[in-house]
Design a protein around this ligand. Sequence first.
Ligand code: FES
Length: 277
Amino acid sequence: MTDCNCENPLVPMTVEVIDIVDETPDVKTFYVRSENGVPFNVMPGQLAMVSHIPVGEGMFSVSWQEEDEHLQFAIKRVGLLTDYLHTIDIGQTLGVRGPYGNGFPVEECKGKDMLFIGGGIGLAPLRSFIKYCFKHREDYGRITIICGSRSYDDLCFKDELFEKWPAMKDTEVYVTIDNEEENWSGHVGFVPSYLQELNPDPQGLVAVTCGPPIMIKFVLEALEKMGFSDEQVITTLEARMKCGIGKCGRCNIGSEYICLDGPVFDLAQLKKLPPEW
Ligand code: FES
């Protein structure tokens, strides 16, 4: 590894894990920084490769860049590399390379009301856009966040969902879990049904959704029924990625490379792709 990613885009930079937050039983947020702060600047919705030799390398959404200080990655335990990452401690060094992908259209959304719809770990990429809107609060209108998970324990970023975000100006946060729980007095049901119950008026609104593919499918259907145009709906696609720079051909859908042209697409763009997504 190196401390410079200026020459070979496939060579990771060395970062140190400076904090680890347990979000859920199988999601942790890792705060990483290089010697000089952030290893590179990242826009909301962009991706980066995180690696540890010899365990492996994986592409993750950056869930936040804190000024020039550090990057945050919320990572769910789902396989070899992520199992390993869940065992490490503060002080561990890792490799990161990036940023990759197009990110959310933060400029085009200025002046709009924002509707964020997230499920499970899908809230991680949305969080980068949500926090960006709060950081540039005057540039965006009302912010509505609808988010859900299987259970209360599985909800990520609880302090933000239940305390920080609802306290922000012109912001509403709606949280649901899939099934009844003894100590839960909030909404119960799947995210797409909750969205339909809340029935937001599409006028002046941009909807941004991320979550499990089945949730996205029903959310997109619900938004269409409510009258959202294809251009008003933005989502992110997942794909297995290896190089991150459009060379390995691992992540393409039709002519689009998720690592270059995505992972963020509006519904008008998605409808032009083969139906593999
Ligand atoms: S990850 Fe290699 S082409 Fe996209």
